[in-house]
Every structure is written in C-alpha cells, then in structure tokens.
Ligand binder design. Structure first.
Ligand code: DGY
Length: 336
C-alpha cells in the first residue's frame, strides 16, 4: 500500500509498521473514522478540540499524513516545522485557505481537498440563510423563546418576499450553480459574477457580469460562494455594499474574510440592508459580539456542509485520495 516513501527513515518507519501513520486532527464521521483506523495507523483526537500548532507538530513526529480541516492553522511556519516523514495533507473541506499551499508545495507535501460533494448541502444552507434573513427568522425565534411574543397584527413582523427577486451570486462554482438551481424554484432571476463565464447550458439563462459592480446594482439578494483567496479578501466592503439596492439581503456561506464585517454591520444598522444571513465569520468561533445583538441577522455556526450524507462523502473522498497517494498514484483532488 505504501509506495511513495523515498527517504530512508520513512522506509524504516514503514518496515516497523506497514500502515502509514495518519494524524487526524478532528473527529470524523464514524464510518470515515472506522475506515481510517482499518487502513492506517490513526492518531485520533477524541476530545475533538483544535490542536494548537505545537501540539499538532508533536503529534506529527514520525507520521506520514495529516487529515485536517479548516480549523487547523497550517501556516507556512507550521508547515516548515513538519517532520520530513509527512507526505500529504488531506483536507475534509473544499476551502484550503487554512493551508499555505506554496509552503506545502515547497516541501513536496501533497495537499488535497473535497470539491463538488458539498454543493447540495451548502446550497440548501444558502437557501435557508436567504429565507431566514428575508423572513426575520432570528427575530421571530428570539421573540417566541423569550416569551416576548404577545400579539399579532397585519403589520407584525413583515419581511421580504424573495419570489421573483434578483439573486446575485459571487462565485459560480459547484455551490453557486446548485444555489442558482434551487433559487429558480422561487422564480428568482439569477445573476452571477465569476472569474469565467459558464457555458450556455450550465448558465441556464443566468446573466453573467464581468464586473462585480454592475451585478451588485441589480442584486436584491447577494449570495457569496467564492473561495477565500488574497483576491477575494474583503471583496464586499462599504463601497460595494452601497451599490446594492436599498433593502437588499446579503448571505455568506463562503468565508468571513470575503466581507468587511464592520461595513456589513454598519449597513445593517443604517437600514441600507434589510437583513443578512451568515454561516461564516471572522475569527470563528469567537465571533464579534455585535452579531448577537443585531436582530436583522440570521446566524448559523459554519454548518454549510454539515449533513450526515455530505460529511461522509467528503471524508471518503479525502480517504480515496490518501489511498492513491500511498499507492503511488496521483490523487484526484490535488491542490498542491
Ligand atoms: C469547506 O468545505 O470549506 C467548509 O467550509 C468546511 O470547512
């Protein structure tokens, strides 16, 4: 099974132990974890709390791969300190902004991710964010749970109807495309901004905008699905928010870094935006306390791909690639 070792100390580790040693940084779905334990010598993390860098580095001594996720900070500095025995970092995530890919490539460490399989789950979550924000779900929940709800009137808790409205999608990859399909179920008019225009069949009548500004001007609802990269950092700032129609809704199922949070808060407080639906934040899980105070924000704790079906599919995809790497084959989802 283990065909890619090149260094003598790695070979001797494998002679002692025929299964590559894999550091699993967080608790995986049961069936995924069972397969890791069957096929590898797994160093698990039963408390399921994120490892500080020093702990992760200590666990990696003599290990051959790390199975990581977005809560791990695999910076250039950490990657530089990994032992030579580490051949691969498999991520149970499509986002790889937590890994310094250049640093990994420089050390010859293969990095993989899990694209595609989370599109349905994350698109479903996006629709939840849109509806939750539009129909003031956070405020309604709070009123019921606190006992504050004591009357009804025809003007009580009026929200925004999304049927027939214009949805602007930033990032038309797998998640963006499924979100567009689901939103068409609400007769929404789809607009998108993407690095490349899609082919006509995939575009399916959506309007492509080469320029983000022109799309913002027609987005009653703005959905963010682009990867977190240096180019998308704070992509949605106060100037961009000002371009949206008054009373627009912003939902973010990508990464907190794509938005200037202070600008988003200001737009929500001023009434420029009717509402926001957020699944991702700066500094998770220690989010800015202001988010808890705003009634017009529907909040979820980074659960876009968190369904049993999808997390298992992501885990198996990651393991298929790990198996390929240790069998000397090219993994399907290599990002470095
Ligand atoms: C992803 O796959 O990037 C999700 O945000 C979970 O990390």
């Amino acid at each position: 099974m283990y065909a890619t070792v090149g260094l003598s100390h790695q070979v001797s580790a494998v002679v002692m132990n025929p299964h590559p040693v894999v550091v699993v940084t967080r608790k995986l779905p049961a069936a995924v974890e069972a397969r890791v334990q069957r096929d590898y010598t797994a160093i698990l993390n039963p408390p399921d709390v994120p490892y500080p860098s020093a702990t992760l580095l200590a666990k990696c001594a003599g290990a051959h791969a790390i199975l990581a996720c977005h809560t791990d900070g695999l910076s250039a500095d950490v990657i530089a300190q990994l032992p030579d025995s580490i051949r691969a970092i498999g991520n149970i995530s499509v986002g790889t902004d937590h890994v310094d890919l250049k640093a990994a490539a420089a050390r010859g460490i293969i990095v993989t991710n899990t694209p595609g399989v989370l599109a349905n789950a994350t698109a479903e979550l996006t629709i939840l964010l849109i509806l939750g924000a539009a129909r003031r779900a956070a405020e309604g929940q709070r009123m019921i749970r606190s006992g504050e709800w004591n009357s009804w009137s025809p003007s009580f808790m009026l929200g925004t109807e999304v049927t027939g409205k214009r949805l602007g999608i930033v990032g038309m990859g797998g998640v963006g495309q499924v979100t567009a399909r689901r939103a068409r179920g609400f007769d929404m008019e789809i607009h998108y901004y993407n690095r490349h225009r899609l082919d006509a069949r995939t575009e399916s009548g959506a309007t492509y905008h080469e320029n983000l500004d022109t799309m913002l001007a027609v987005s009653d609802v703005l959905a963010l699905h682009c990867p977190a990269t240096p180019e998308t950092e704070r992509l949605i700032d106060s100037r961009k928010l000002a371009l949206l129609p008054d009373g627009a809704i912003v939902v973010n199922a990508a990464r907190g870094s794509v938005v200037d949070e202070a600008a988003l808060v200001a737009a929500l407080q001023s009434g420029k935006l009717a509402a926001a639906g957020l699944d991702v934040f700066d500094n998770e899980p220690h989010i800015d306390p202001i988010w808890r105070q705003l009634d017009n924000v529907f909040l979820l704790p980074h659960v876009g791909s968190a369904t049993r079906e999808t997390r298992s599919a992501m885990g198996f995809m990651m393991l298929d690639d790990l198996d390929a790497i240790f069998a000397g084959r090219e993994p399907k989802n290599r990002v470095a």
